[in-house]
Design a protein around this ligand. Structure first.
Ligand SMILES: [Zn+2]
Ligand SMILES: [Zn+2]
Length: 481
């Protein structure tokens, strides 16, 4: 689809920084304005949907797209004389110090006409005068390598004016439509979201199918919640919002895009999206150092592969090993195994032939936990667990730990539960491996819970309780989870 002639606008550009109090910015410009969404073509192409029976084609709404096409085009009013004070970054649209009235005369009658003038009262400050709806609008203009009047930054004045005219036009014609766009009846307002979004082209289910065949789809999917990681995005070519199905207008920064799954929505629509991000597998290539929820969502597994595979190997041949988890394995071999996991994923080989020393497997599991960007017991809950452990009376103490566990993200909870059940089995063989729940807690405490601020590490007292938390989790795994 060709980019329309008016495909550039300045919505949030126009948000702050007006020139002077008397200069007008329509109030609508301060409202949340459009944001772009993913490419229309990527959503309508049938090849990306693997389940055609369920797929209902979304109805993309063309109203805002048409409005953008109808927006006035920039019409540069150039200055005939050479203006000595012209800054290098302005062209012949710069008219030097002229009065507001003179600018008004020059722009009169031509929608989209614009010029730049220098302030009479404050030389060195510049104003963009723009004709829209038979009025001259004035904006204080800034330059720091890019041109801007609000948040959006443009390479050229032409782009800025194009974006501004689109936004002004769309907001003048469709203010109410926009304000209702992401609200209202969800049935009507979410034509794409439920079907489309769950079958996002890059989602792991699609990848899974390619790898494992259709039967893999029947496998239970782990329904962990994951919030999207939305960031402002400039879309190339026309884009439609995957939440409300409306066009995302403007030239740059038309909307938000999730950096994990690519979901693209208007800024106001982003607050309506449930926590159902399905990360793209290729964005979670590495197993180590990847956010736990992102990883299990991307791989469609209940727990991280590394945790499951290391624990099953240790349970197969290592539970009796003296000093299990305390004795370090060879750093070199642990690094090698980490690379193998990142490269081969579930095909990584942990066998006795390759790694005769079980401490290498144990070391890889510990390294995995240590490298989690958010620890298994999350930063935000670290203090709650420590406070719970401080309670002297055993029953309320366990009750408080249980309460804190319930606040963990589901994937963290499940992984912690699995790990604690394993450590309980390790501790039950203390006679052989000499690892008590207490010594396991000493080893695992620092990798399972870290204080949010690295500059203020846990006090000695807190560390005592950190150990106690993990010990209690091991001892009472059966009742706590
Ligand atoms: Zn996402
Ligand atoms: Zn939207």
């Amino acid at each position: 689809m060709a980019r329309g002639p008016g495909a550039r606008a300045a919505q949030s550009t126009l948000r702050g920084s007006r020139a002077t109090a008397s200069e007008r910015v329509p109030p609508s410009l301060t409202s949340a304005s459009g944001t772009a969404a993913s490419s229309n073509s990527s959503l309508s192409g049938s090849s990306i949907f693997f389940d055609m029976e369920e797929y209902q084609p979304p109805v993309w709404k063309s109203y805002l797209y048409q409005l953008q096409q109808e927006a006035p085009r920039p019409n540069r009013i150039t200055c005939a004389q050479k203006t000595a004070s012209r800054p290098k970054h302005y062209g012949r649209e710069f008219h030097g110090i002229i009065s507001r009235e003179r600018a008004d005369e020059l722009l009169e009658g031509a929608e989209g006409a614009y010029l730049i003038r220098e302030s009479q009262r404050q030389p060195g400050t510049y104003t963009l005068a723009l004709r829209f709806a038979q009025q001259t609008l004035n904006y204080r203009l800034f330059y720091d390598g890019k041109h801007f009047v609000g948040e959006k930054r443009f390479d050229s004045i032409h782009d800025l004016v194009t974006d501004a005219l689109i936004t002004l036009h769309i907001e003048a014609k469709a203010m109410q439509y926009i304000s209702q766009m992401s609200r209202g009846d969800p049935q009507n307002q979410r034509p794409g979201h439920p079907t489309l979004h769950n079958k996002h082209p890059n989602s792991c289910t699609e990848n899974h199918r390619q790898v494992h065949g259709p039967c893999a789809l029947k496998e239970r999917r782990w329904r962990y919640e994951k919030a999207h990681s939305f960031k402002t995005h400039t879309f190339r070519g026309p884009h439609w919002c995957e939440y409300c199905a409306n066009f995302m207008w403007g030239v740059i920064a038309q909307g938000l895009r999730c950096s994990d799954c690519g979901l693209s929505v208007h800024t106001p629509c982003s607050s309506m999206i449930p926590f159902d991000c399905q990360p793209d597998l290729c964005r979670a290539k590495r197993l180590f150092g990847c956010d736990l929820t992102t990883l299990v969502k991307a791989h469609n597994t209940q727990r991280p592969l590394v945790v499951d595979m290391c624990i099953s190997e240790i349970e197969r041949r290592g539970l009796m090993a003296e000093g299990l988890y305390r004795v370090p394995g060879s750093t070199e071999h642990i690094e090698e195994l980490k690379l193998a996991f990142d490269r081969d994923r579930e095909k990584a080989v942990l066998s006795e032939e390759v790694y005769p020393d079980i401490n290498v497997i144990a070391g890889a599991l510990k390294l995995y936990l240590r490298e989690l960007p958010i620890p298994l017991i999350t930063y935000s809950l670290c203090c709650s667990f420590i406070q719970a452990a401080r309670i002297v009376s055993p029953e309320p103490q366990l009750e408080a730990i249980h309460e804190a566990l319930l606040l963990l993200p589901a994937a963290h909870y499940e992984t912690l539960r699995y790990l604690m059940a394993h450590l309980k089995r390790v501790a039950s063989l203390e006679k052989h491996n000499l690892m008590s729940s207490e010594s396991l807690a000493v080893t695992f405490g620092p990798m399972l819970m870290r204080p949010p601020d690295q500059n203020s590490p846990l006090s000695l007292d807190d560390m005592r309780y950190q150990k106690l938390v993990v010990q209690l989790l091991i001892l009472h795994e059966d009742i706590l989870f």
